[in-house]
Design a protein around this ligand. Structure first.
Ligand SMILES: [Zn+2]
Length: 320
């Protein structure tokens, strides 16, 4: 098919047109020939600066554009890290202010490896907290590389992005992704799903059963999943499950220490009375009880529940 006259324009003419269009993302989206001529970091950075750092007072349009930006191929973790660093390095904090402008808890340099170490509060939010669009599908499925995990965690920690649950394919991929993380023993990713309600429902007994029966009871994952299920209301008799009890008994018979360990945890979760001289609340798991040394890499790692303490979506005060 013959190219339209605008597609034939050289990059040095097309790029100014793009900037004169006020960086309307519809232009590169209209043709891959045009997109190729606009494929420069300075164009991408300008787009991000406009749509990710400024309130344009065009709620729907800005949100739709933000979704397109994050879904773009060029929006890689490497690019995003470099954009964030360049965008706020002169201020020295992700809140976009110097201490003379009101920043009182400098978060710099950004911790890209683990965003959850950065402290934000209702009165000290990152500029990105007003980004309210869809989490790109590319970050919602395995394989779970460290880069993908870091990117997803950073967005969950600093923005108000959510999954597009209305999209059937996205929903399916996200649910599969959670199971894949359990089956591959990826505690970091399982933790993200367990403790972020923006990534779906809280784990329930059937998820615990899946982690035990299908995931061969990776104790760190099972512990985290059970802790999250309890936090989100699974209590007392809700923990009764013949399948799990049977699994424990079989493992105990085969001298697998996991069987004893899980049995103790289930007893703790099912408890309805105070124990240990009134020091332990009913239904609360004790990290040390039933624990044993690392056997075949089966070491219990308990991740801190940071997501329950801070959530950007909870603190977001910017009203669209
Ligand atoms: Zn700050």
């Amino acid at each position: 098919m013959a190219l339209a006259p605008i597609e034939l324009l050289p990059a040095e003419l097309l790029q100014p047109i793009f900037f004169l269009s006020d960086m309307n993302i519809a232009l590169p989206h209209s043709s891959h020939h045009i997109a190729a001529k606009l494929a420069h970091d300075y164009c991408y950075r300008a787009i991000c600066t406009k749509y990710l750092t400024t309130n344009l007072n065009t709620r729907v349009k800005q949100s739709t554009t933000q979704t397109k930006i994050f879904a773009s191929k060029w929006m890689t973790w490497e690019f995003f890290k470099s954009f964030v660093t360049k965008a706020w390095e002169d201020k020295g904090c992700l809140c976009g202010k110097t201490k003379y402008e009101g920043c009182y808890d400098k978060q710099w340099p950004p911790n890209f490896e683990d965003a959850t170490t950065m402290l934000f509060t209702r009165s000290h939010l990152p500029v990105l907290s007003f980004v309210k669009c869809r989490i790109p599908v590319k970050l919602l499925h395995g394989p779970w590389t460290p880069e993908k995990t870091q990117f997803l965690r950073f967005l969950l920690w600093t923005t108000a992005m959510t999954v597009d649950w209305a999209d059937h394919e996205t929903r399916k991929l996200t649910l599969e992704a959670k199971k894949e993380a359990v089956l591959t023993g990826n505690l970091e990713v399982v933790g993200l799903f367990n403790h972020n309600r923006r990534l779906g429902r809280a784990p329930n007994l059937s998820m615990v059963r899946f982690a035990v029966l299908e995931g061969d009871c990776n104790r760190s994952i099972v512990y985290d999943t059970m802790a999250a299920a309890r936090t989100w209301s699974l209590r007392g008799n809700g923990w009764n499950d013949e399948g799990l009890d049977k699994w424990c008994e079989e493992r105990i018979k085969n001298r697998d220490p996991k069987g004893d360990w899980l049995k103790v945890k289930l007893q703790e979760l099912r408890a309805t009375k105070l124990s240990n001289g009134g020091h332990v609340m009913p239904g609360q798991m004790q990290p040390k009880t039933g624990d044993y040394d690392d056997v075949d890499g089966d070491k219990l790692v308990i991740a801190p529940l940071k997501w329950n303490q801070v959530s950007i979506s909870k603190y977001r005060t910017w009203n669209w």
